[in-house]
Design a protein. Structure first.
Length: 183
């Protein structure tokens, strides 16, 4: 009888350990509400409150989590993935990004894009828009104007700063203004 009880207890313990290990290896599915809350935190409240919320999976497929009415779209991003940040962008900024992802020679937006990253972000390089590895740069909370800027004509720095304004990817068609402060 003791052997049967001991074997049963051992089986229960083993089953519990295996189940715990399986749970630990599966990524936890984040709720829709949590993704929406994170996406909304990327922009000032007056922009976020009426923004559309869109989630992207690993393959770039998009799912609308909430419709919007003000022309801004916010994305929750994937925390811990370099370059996949939480942000909100207007239509011109989304055009700029679409052109960048399509490897066009330069952006085709006809007006400046506005993008907010009030949780900060990460990227692979402050100088090379095509970089996909290396030591990531950590960006403080900021907002951006996606329009060509030139350090020579503006007098703005082309090196990353933790506060103030600088031009990221200077000297490329993808240069843009980084404004490291709350709008």
């Amino acid at each position: 009888m003791d052997r049967i009880v001991l074997a049963s207890l051992l089986a229960v313990c083993l089953t519990s350990v295996v189940a715990s290990a399986q749970k630990a290896t599966k990524p936890k599915e984040e709720s829709k509400e949590a993704k929406i809350a994170r996406a909304l935190s990327a922009a000032p409240a007056n922009v976020a409150k009426d923004a559309k919320i869109v989630d992207r999976d690993n393959d770039g497929a998009e799912t609308v989590l909430r419709e919007g009415t003000n022309g801004f779209t916010c994305f929750p991003g994937r925390p811990g993935v370099v370059g996949d940040v939480t942000y909100c962008a207007n239509a011109a900024a989304l055009r700029w990004e679409s052109d960048f992802m399509a490897l066009k020679p330069k952006p085709t937006n006809t007006e400046p894009g506005i993008e907010y990253m009030l949780l900060g972000g990460t990227d692979w390089s402050a100088t090379d828009p095509t970089a996909t590895s290396g030591t990531p740069i950590k960006e403080p909370p900021h907002w951006m104007i996606l329009w060509p800027f030139d350090p020579k004509t503006t007098g703005l720095a082309a090196e990353p700063k933790q506060a103030g304004t600088w031009i990221m990817w200077a000297g490329t068609p993808w240069s843009h203004l980084m404004i490291n402060q709350q709008p």
